[in-house]
Design a protein around this ligand. Structure first.
Ligand SMILES: NC(=O)c1ccc[n+]([C@@H]2O[C@H](COP(=O)([O-])OP(=O)(O)OC[C@H]3O[C@@H](n4cnc5c(N)ncnc54)[C@H](O)[C@@H]3O)[C@@H](O)[C@H]2O)c1
Ligand SMILES: [Zn+2]
Length: 408
């Protein structure tokens, strides 16, 4: 009785006196590790991570692998099995590692989510069991959604194996699938149990997927970190030619900026209308959809940033030298700034990419909020995007298509 009265007082406003205001705070915490040779016998990181919040007795574990990863690392299934076979006193593998499709097809609709949920049900995993996903951002997004739904959420360890997943997709709190013709239409916010990025996996990435993560690094640098932007410009050539040290630094810095934003940005579960880390993404998501996912997420992000940066230059937010330094660095990295799918038009003759603005608004909710760079390392938000300026940006970028490589 006393609690109810206390709460009635804190409900304030006095509009109603029969309200019981429910309020509590939940703290989230998860480690993000960077390593090499995760499954090497001498590396005890995974032991350490899985023992976090140790429970008594043997813990049930199920591992899922990205098919593209397994094709590049044929010994992967055996290595994982061997690792758990050596620790049967502490972990019980629910079954052999399961292989899931890799790439955006993993995220197409509910098919694979349903299959993973059925598997987890058949294996009788409980809420203390650990599910480990090893693969690219798309497979982890889909698996994370399935895992967050079973028993309202199992413990999920992400082991990202692409540059983009290590520096962005796998370190945050989101997962999801593409549905109803919209990128990331269905998904949940769910913090992982832990994240472990092993740089060794990056060696086998295709040129497209090697450089994809660098687009997300430019994204955060442009709107948040001038020094990181300078670093990326200086190392653009090295990144393009697969310099592992430059990539290591890029991934760590980019991941850290994402993590800091989630922790300190005041809106980890994105309840507001603004989403600063989605600079360039209204166009990027639409480019992915229009191209039938021929254009990868990183490449689409590079094009989206190029469009919005040209737009920012037209409105005086960015100087011409600042804009040119971004375009020069992106093209040096062999990231695209234009793609033929931008030419596609709807039945009214409008560029199909423009529909990305409304999809973006709908996805975020509230009024349209687009983040634009304001100089290098800072940002501002606008609520109206002018079609003529977008048109002008796309036309200007088309003229540099000679350097448009590896959009797919
Ligand atoms: N959840 C988030 O917050 C978030 C953030 C950014 C991006 N994303 C999503 O991430 C996805 C893109 O992820 P991505 O860039 O990692 O691409 P991806 O997951 O599509 O992987 C690209 C390809 O690389 C293969 N692959 C994975 N690891 C490999 C390895 N080590 N060697 C060789 N091949 C390997 C995959 O099988 C796939 O064919 C998009 O769907 C995007 O929407 C999610
Ligand atoms: Zn992105």
């Amino acid at each position: 009785m006393r609690d109810l009265q206390t709460n009635q007082r804190t409900a304030r406003g006095g509009e109603r006196d029969d309200v019981y205001l429910q309020r509590f705070t939940v703290e989230f915490e998860y480690p993000v590790h960077f390593t090499h040779g995760l499954f090497d016998p001498a590396n005890d990181l995974l032991d350490h991570v899985l023992d976090r919040r140790g429970v008594d007795g043997v813990r049930k574990v199920q591992v899922f692998l990205d098919r593209g990863l397994v094709q590049a690392w044929p010994d992967m299934t055996r290595a994982v099995k061997r690792w758990f076979d050596d620790r049967t006193d502490r972990f019980q593998s629910a079954s052999m590692p399961r292989i899931l499709p890799g790439g955006e097809t993993a995220k197409h609709g509910w098919k694979h989510v349903g299959a993973v949920m059925r598997t987890l049900g058949r294996l009788h995993l409980d809420r203390h069991a650990l599910v480990i996903g090893i693969g690219g951002g798309a497979m982890l997004d889909m698996l994370g959604l399935a895992v967050s739904l079973v028993h309202r959420g199992l413990r999920f360890v992400r082991i990202p194996t692409t540059t983009l997943a290590q520096c962005d997709a796998a370190v945050g709190v989101k997962n999801g699938i593409d549905a109803h013709g919209m990128k990331n239409f269905a998904g949940t916010f769910a913090a992982p149990f832990a994240v472990i990025a092993d740089f060794d996996f990056l060696r086998t990435l295709s040129p497209r997927d090697w450089i994809g993560g660098v687009a997300e690094a430019f994204k955060v640098a442009m709107i948040k970190d001038t020094r990181f932007f300078d670093f990326l410009c200086e190392h653009a050539g090295a990144l393009a030619t697969r310099d592992a040290t430059a990539m290591d630094r890029t991934i760590r810095q980019c991941a850290t900026i994402h993590l800091d934003h989630i922790r300190l940005g005041g809106d980890p579960f994105e309840t507001g209308s603004a989403r600063p880390l989605d600079f360039g993404h209204w166009a990027a998501h639409q480019i992915e959809c229009i191209s039938g996912y021929r254009v990868g997420h990183g490449q689409a992000t590079a094009i989206g940033m190029a469009i919005d940066s040209h737009y920012a230059m037209q409105t005086g937010l960015l100087s011409a030298p600042e804009y040119e330094s971004l375009i020069r660095a992106l093209t040096t990295c062999e990231l695209p700034v234009w793609d033929p799918c931008l030419e596609e038009r709807n039945e009214h003759g409008q560029r199909r990419v423009l529909a990305g603005l409304e999809s973006f608004r709908e996805h975020l909710g509230g009024k349209l909020t687009v983040t634009l760079p304001q100089g290098i390392g800072a940002r501002c938000e606008v609520h109206v995007m002018d079609d003529d300026r977008i048109e002008c940006a796309i036309k200007a970028l088309e003229t540099i298509t000679g350097r448009t490589v590896r959009s797919s």
